[in-house]
Structure formats: structure tokens, C-alpha cells
Write a new protein. Structure first.
Length: 307
């Protein structure tokens, strides 16, 4: 839909997206359009507008909306993004990651166009793309895996109307996986973007877990050895996140199993096969951990997704 006037635009965007504060050089002459696409639990927005500034303040964060990670693909015009004390210039072909539960500012001095992939934070469960270390970092998408991510979003927008519900759910998870690969590449080679050595070490640990998550021999002790640090120090790195490496590893595996159990394309696999594929080596331990984490059994999770 297209709206003329800044106040009308604010109401529309806040109703379907998240709450923001808007300013524009000429509020009466401001024009903007936004198109929303559903992709299972993910939302993708096509946004085009004249010059404006967007602020998500602590007051907006307090509205109580569902926490979301916003992957913004910048398509046209210049821009600037600020979050977590970092400010980066945006050019066409860049994307950046913003977290809705932390204040941020976007500035566009002229006409702009962008695609925003809005992902419920609960889907990410310590995924790399949710890292605070990626907040407001400008990530080029002109070559390599970044370009693949950008073209996947564009292709999805072109075809989303023709997809079935099951295809949308599966594609939503695939998008997250691709974004994680981009995040891993950025964190692996751009440690200077992080706030300190501890933060960089934390992201290296998460990357190692992502790369070895399905290995049944992966453990906190093995991760510490691979990182060349003690297990005690490794867990201290995660104190600010309110978890330990062992608990994070278990949660990542459980969410992987839950996604597969709810995936209609994997209904031919047994619960035990899925558990073992994600690194569990005891069906009974998996079932107990799953129920404790999600409040339901694995079979109930699968049954709940039946049409």
C-alpha cells in the first residue's frame, strides 16, 4: 500500500511491522509504500519511501511486541544505520542486522528502497545471525554468500504468491540458514568489528558449534579444547547471555529437532532418526530434554503440526 504524509505512514508501518518514530524534511510531501509478504513465521517487507529518519526508542521497545531480528537488504539510495553504539553507511547491495528489542536509528537523506526480513527472535535460539556483535554492521552483498542471500530474498519475493504453506515454512528455515552462513563468514574474518576480544571469542565458539552441531561427540569440553581455552573461562564468556555453552548446545540441537519434526517434508523420518541426526545418542534423554524445554513431547510437537 502507498501512503502520502508522514503521520499516515507511521500508522501503517507501526500496525503491520513494529513501532517507530518518524521524521522527514518535508512531512506533508513525504510518500512511502510498503508491501507485506508472509513466509510461514517470517515476514518480508518491500519498502520504498522519500527522505526520512526512523528511530526505535526505548519507549517503543517497551510496547511489548514480539522480539524480532530484522535483516535489512538495502536496494536503492544511500542510508545510515546506528545501533549498539555503532554507525555504518549503507549503500545499495548491503544488508544489516537490527534487533527490535534494542533502540536503533535509520537515516535516509533521499529516496530509498529496501527489503526487510523480519524473523521472530524465538526462532533463532542463539543462532549466529542473532548475535549482538552483528548489530548495525554493514555487510556487503555484491559477491559470494552475501550475493546469494540477497538473490534468494529477491527470488522469494518474486515467487512467494505461488508457494504452498509447507513450501513457505521450509523456505523460511532455509533463509535463516543462509543468513547464518553470511553471519559466520563475517564473524570469522572481521573480528575488528567486535567490541572486544571476549566478544570475538564468543562468536568464534558459536560458529564452531554451528559447524559441528550434528556431531554426537561435540561437547563443551571438546569445544573448549578446539578454541584453546579452559571450559571454565569459556562458560564465563557466556555469563552475560545468561547461559553456558553446554545449555546453548543442547538448545540448538533441540530447536533443530523441533524444526524437523514440524517439517512436513520429513514426516517419513522417525522421532529417533531426527534426534540422532542432530547429535543426540539417547532417545530417552532426548525425549526428556525436549519435554522440559518445550513443555510437550516430540510426538506431540509433530502431531501439533498436522493439518
Amino acid at each position: 500500500m502507498t501512503q502520502t504524509g508522514l503521520e499516515a505512514w507511521r500508522k501503517v508501518v507501526s500496525a503491520i511491522h513494529v513501532h517507530f518514530e518518524f521524521d522527514a524534511p518535508d512531512p506533508d510531501a513525504f510518500t512511502g509504500s510498503i508491501v507485506e509478504h508472509e513466509l510461514g513465521p517470517i515476514r518480508i517487507y518491500e519498502i520504498a519511501a522519500s527522505a526520512h529518519q526512523v528511530r526505535r526508542t526505548p519507549a517503543h521497545v517497551a510496547y511489548g511486541e514480539t522480539p524480532r531480528t530484522l535483516v535489512t537488504m538495502h536496494e536503492a539510495g544511500d542510508g545510515e544505520v546506528e545501533q549498539e553504539g555503532r554507525v555504518h553507511h549503507l549503500q545499495p547491495g548491503d544488508f544489516t542486522v537490527l534487533h527490535s528489542m534494542r533502540p536503533f536509528t535509520l537515516r535516509f537523506p533521499g529516496d530509498m528502497k529496501e527489503h526487510v526480513v523480519s524473523i521472530p527472535a524465538q526462532m533463532l535460539s542463539n543462532e549466529l545471525i542473532a548475535s549482538r556483535s552483528l548489530s548495525a554492521i554493514s555487510i556487503p552483498c555484491r559477491t559470494g554468500i552475501g550475493r546469494i542471500a540477497r538473490e534468494l530474498v529477491s527470488s522469494t519475493l518474486a515467487c512467494v504468491a505461488d508457494l504452498s504453506g509447507a513450501e513457505k515454512d521450509r523456505l523460511a528455515r532455509s533463509l535463516i540458514e543462509v543468513f547464518n552462513i553470511v553471519a559466520g563468514s563475517v564473524l570469522d574474518r572481521a573480528g575488528n568489528e567486535l567490541t572486544d576480544a571476549g566478544s570475538y571469542q564468543t562468536e568464534r565458539i558459536k560458529l564452531y558449534i554451528s559447524e559441528n552441531l550434528r556431531d554426537p561427540d561435540l561437547s563443551a569440553g571438546r569445544i573448549a579444547t578446539a578454541m584453546g581455552i579452559s571450559q571454565r573461562y569459556m562458560n564465563k564468556l557466556f555469563e552475560d547471555e545468561g547461559t553456558t555453552v553446554g545449555r546453548m548446545l543442547l538448545a540448538r540441537r533441540l530447536y533443530g529437532c523441533k524444526n524437523d519434526l514440524e517439517d512436513p517434508f520429513k514426516r517419513g523420518k522417525s522421532v529417533t532418526e531426527i534426534a540422532y541426526a542432530w547429535g543426540f545418542n539417547s532417545a530417552s534423554h532426548f525425549s526428556r530434554a525436549f519435554r522440559q524445554h518445550f513443555g510437550m513431547s516430540p510426538r506431540e510437537a509433530r502431531a501439533g503440526d498436522q493439518p
